[in-house]
Ligand binder design. Sequence first.
Ligand code: NAD
Ligand code: UFG
Length: 342
Amino acid sequence: MTKTILATGGAGYIGSHVTLELLTSGYEVVVFDNLSNSSAKSIERVSRITNGAPHFIEGDVRDASALDHLFETFSIDAVIHLAGLKAVGESVAHPERYYDVNVAGSTTLFNAMFRHNVKHAVFSSSATVYGEPETMPLTESSPTGPLNPYGATKLMVEQILQDITGASPGWRSMILRYFNPVGAHVSGEIGEDPLGFPNNLFPFIAQVATGHRDLLQIFGDDYNTADGTAIRDYIHVMDLARGHVKAIDYLLANESKENSTPIVNLGTGVGSSVKEVLIAWEQACGFPIKSEITARRAGDVQISYADAQKAKELLGWETLYDLPRMCKDHWRWQKGNPEGYR
Ligand code: NAD
Ligand code: UFG
């Protein structure tokens, strides 16, 4: 029988790709999103690409009665909880918003799952929980120590989900720690659409490439790396999306196993510097992208990349796409949709 997955935040950048991948893998999907940082057009486009309409309900994860109504309307087998706020700087300026949406929103959702006997959850966490790491690559047991309220909310929800799952018969959950998601679906129809000033490297370069921004500021070339710029583990959003399907397959296939909450890194295991990313982008676009070196950005870590072994062993998941492909797919989306979904 077809299983039905609730994707909170399913209209967002990662959620829309996860929804698409779930649909093409034979799952039914209910998207629940308040559209505070996304557009319903992403869901329309996912429907068009897959010929299989996901159900869409506009609502807020802090709204218990909206969640009750959803769980009464649909028979949900598992939840992927992507909804949340994700801007590091905003979380420093307005931590109250982050504790409210990310933490209170998650407990409201988990309580609704209790009321409706839904016992499987996948949670979108982040490599940001590792803070300033001492050794590389980062394994799931590397020390945690988030450097800002956003990271703190992710670590708190990890703990809450582990405690609930451990204490509740029949519950089985998984925590996915994403590294740096980039790229877009090969159709060029869905992709990242930041509202306002882009904080992250790929969407910023993409807007320089379309002429919406003058130049890329490279935040620091005095790091202790080969070319002096900081290193991250960029992961194609479709590889990430496939990781979610594997996580759901795993939880639903192992119903009888004891309740547990594995933590799994989703990264490639390969680090790329800002300058390497810029070169790959220039090759993808076929023209130079203007840049200048500026001071380091406060709070940035020098190097971050994953040990991706656990995902391979537990889920049989490995990434398929390299940096040139990430840039090519991100550029196709941006070029075809220079104003995003607007
Ligand atoms: P996104 O902003 O595109 O998606 C989040 C979605 O959640 C949006 O559609 C937004 O409208 C929705 N949302 C926000 N508050 C809500 C609320 N109160 N109720 C219902 N819906 C709400 O961001 P994304 O990049 O797709 O991130 C998805 C998840 O992955 C987030 O939890 C984020 O913290 C996590 N994550 C993202 C990254 C990244 O670099 N993009 C890295 C690690 C983890
Ligand atoms: N960078 C620039 N110029 C820019 C933007 C970024 O040089 O205009 C550099 C940054 O200094 C960093 C690298 O590019 O060295 C990547 O920066 P991003 O902002 O794209 O990514 P971060 O690793 O800093 O952070 C992202 C998300 C976090 C998340 C983390 C790990 O913003 O929310 O990845 O998943 F927690």
